[in-house]
Design a protein around this ligand. Structure first.
Ligand code: ATP
Ligand code: MG
Length: 570
């Protein structure tokens, strides 16, 4: 491809609304263009990287034994009513009507359509297991679309769905898919970890996320440096001994006058105690009624764990206006003693605690020496807080580390959630009808490409890993000298013959402009042909990564470059 005929529109200015490096660089390099919030055009350069990513994914999915199909973006609402998600899926689901006033959705994911397809086509255990995938455009009306392709509203996802007769068969495919995911991210040179994850909106029993480690990541990941336990903080558990608290010197519930202590830090300062010795009270509104949750004063409640424990459809912090009537106490002084909340939960770290200092449900008042089961109903204990750096690993006790990550893939064991709701069944060996056991496997194509940039760039631009670079090599002619143009053209033609994906920067531009553009776009390899070195029979080549220039005769350089591309060096 010749630059002069290709559509490349690099920008000098940094787009004002670009918040992260990948978004900034993809816009400046002319890879994507914003059309509306979270909705982008993939310009020719960007599309090349996207298509290379798709090819890697396709290759690994086929190798894992999955068959490709393509489902529609627009799906009838009836299927979503059958699965129950028409009601449950919130505002992220774009609902549309056709001219006959019939309801449709723009698919945010495809469990319903695939389950409908499979229940029609498959009847016997002999036809199972099967694994189907597609690479397709999704729409999710995200609350905060941002970061370019990382959190778009319209985005390309690879989604796969597997169907089985037994859980063991699902386990096997799940492991094969997990390995396929590792290979995909490895092939793109991404520094990544698989971690245990919450199953969120999709539901199901087990799930793993693949995280690309990057400072700009929206997720936090807990990782054990010893046993490799890894989990999203939304889900991560840690061993947690509450052995720091002094025993209660009194057997009787005591009132504590604590004027002007709205926050847990105020109470700690006032009583001259570390907040870990106090108990913090959180109150949530849920579809199952109001719920009080007690956690150690220095810990944050984990809403996802709490919501999962309750089995609630929705949950939010209790609003200020309803606080007093719901709990029986003012904000800042809420506690379990005499509360109106019917349901009280307590974090497992409080189990066995000897001294409970809690809110008094009256202004400027707390209680000391409260005893669960005596002064207030015995709470439901569970894991309701977020693990933090240094907590002991649940498996081996080693202090945990925390990293930031970008979730690029998410795989789930769905079990029979959808097959039961939608009667996707098969006849087993004894002629009994059974629901199929399902797995599903998502991977964000655009998000993965963007995360590669987050991991690999410098002040001048992108540094592509070879397998997803828009072009593997750029050949730059320096100056208008006829011999230069002739040699550059020859080099370009020979690279094409070798099957190298090469862009020839044949523009009539100053060398500085050409080199700046090449650095910004980040082609892994550059060959420069200029009059000065050509006079000595030499041309120059360099890797984008270190830009160290090497000189050689054209044929020698060609051989070295072809070798580097084939070896995937960048
Ligand atoms: P997140 O928690 O980041 O919203 P999710 O859990 O909703 O992700 P899944 O439903 O598991 O995501 O979707 C599978 C994959 O699709 C994700 O791992 C991610 O790579 C990609 N993805 C999800 N939402 C978006 C989005 N808004 N923009 C781009 N890619 C996305
Ligand atoms: Mg999401």
């Amino acid at each position: 491809m010749r630059w002069s005929r290709f559509f490349i529109n690099t920008l000098r200015e940094v787009p004002a609304d670009a918040e992260v490096v990948s978004q900034r660089l993809m816009m400046r390099a002319g890879m994507i263009r914003k059309v509306a919030a979270g909705i982008y055009t993939y310009l020719p350069l960007g599309l090349r990287s996207i298509q290379k990513m798709e090819a890697i994914v396709r290759d690994e999915m086929n190798r894992a034994g999955a068959s490709e199909l393509l489902m529609p973006s627009i799906q009838p609402a009836e299927l979503w009513m059958e699965s129950g998600r028409w009601q449950k899926y919130g505002k992220e689901l774009l609902r549309i009507k056709d001219r006959h006033d019939r309801d449709f959705v723009f698919g945010p994911t495809h469990e319903e359509v695939i389950t409908d397809t499979v229940r029609d086509a498959i009847n016997s255990y002999r036809q199972l297991p099967i694994n189907l995938y597609q690479i397709q455009t999704k729409f999710r009306d995200e609350v905060r679309p941002r970061f370019g392709l990382m959190r778009g509203r319209e985005f390309i996802m690879k989604d796969a769905y597997s169907f089985h007769t037994t859980r063991e068969s699902l386990d096997e495919t799940y492991d094969v898919m997990r390995d396929a995911y590792s290979r995909i991210f490895h092939r793109c040179s991404l520094d990544h970890v698989p971690v245990e994850a919450d199953t969120g909106n999709i539901g199901g029993s087990a799930s793993h996320e693949f995280m690309v480690l990057a400072q700009s990541g929206e997720d936090a990941v807990v990782s054990c440096p010893n046993c490799r336990y890894g989990a999203n903080v939304e889900k991560a558990t840690s061993k947690f001994f509450d052995d720091e608290v002094e025993p209660a010197p009194s057997e009787v519930l005591a009132e504590l006058h604590t004027p002007g202590t709205q926050s847990i830090d105020d109470v700690g300062a006032f009583l001259n105690k570390p907040t870990s010795q106090l108990i913090k009270t959180l109150v949530f509104d849920t579809d199952l009624g109001p719920v009080m949750v007690l956690v150690r004063g220095d810990r944050a409640g984990n809403e996802i764990k709490i919501k999962n424990h309750l089995g609630a459809q929705w949950m939010e912090m209790l609003s200020d206006t309803r606080f007093e009537e719901t709990t029986g106490g003012p904000i800042g002084y809420c506690g379990p003693v005499g509360t109106k909340c019917a349901r009280v939960l307590a974090d497992h770290s409080l189990r066995g605690r000897k001294r409970w200092i809690v809110g008094g449900n009256r202004k400027d008042m707390h209680y000391d020496f409260a005893v669960p089961g005596r002064d207030f109903p015995e709470p439901e204990f569970g894991d309701f807080t977020t693990a933090i750096e240094g907590d002991p690993c649940v498996r081996c006790g080693t202090p945990l580390e925390i990293y930031r990550g970008i979730e690029v893939g998410h795989i789930f064991k769905l079990g029979t959630k959808y097959s039961e709701a939608m009667q996707c069944t098969f006849l087993d060996e004894s002629g009994q009808r059974q629901p199929m056991v399902m797995g599903c496997y998502g991977l964000g194509i655009g998000r993965t490409v963007a995360s590669a940039i987050e991991q690999s760039h410098d002040d001048d631009g992108i540094i592509w890993p070879m397998p997803i670079a828009p072009f593997e090599v750029v050949v730059t002619s320096v100056g208008k000298d006829e011999a230069v143009l002739r040699t550059a053209t020859e080099v370009y033609e020979k690279l094409k013959t070798e099957g190298i994906d090469v862009l020839f920067d044949d523009r009539d531009e100053r060398p500085g402009v050409k080199f700046k553009d090449a650095d910004l776009i980040g082609f892994p390899l550059r060959i420069a042909v200029g009059a000065k070195s050509l006079a000595n029979g030499q041309i120059e080549w360099s890797f984008r990564k270190d830009r160290a220039k090497q000189l050689g005769a054209p044929d020698e350089v060609l051989a070295r470059v072809v070798e580097a591309v084939r070896a995937g060096l960048s």
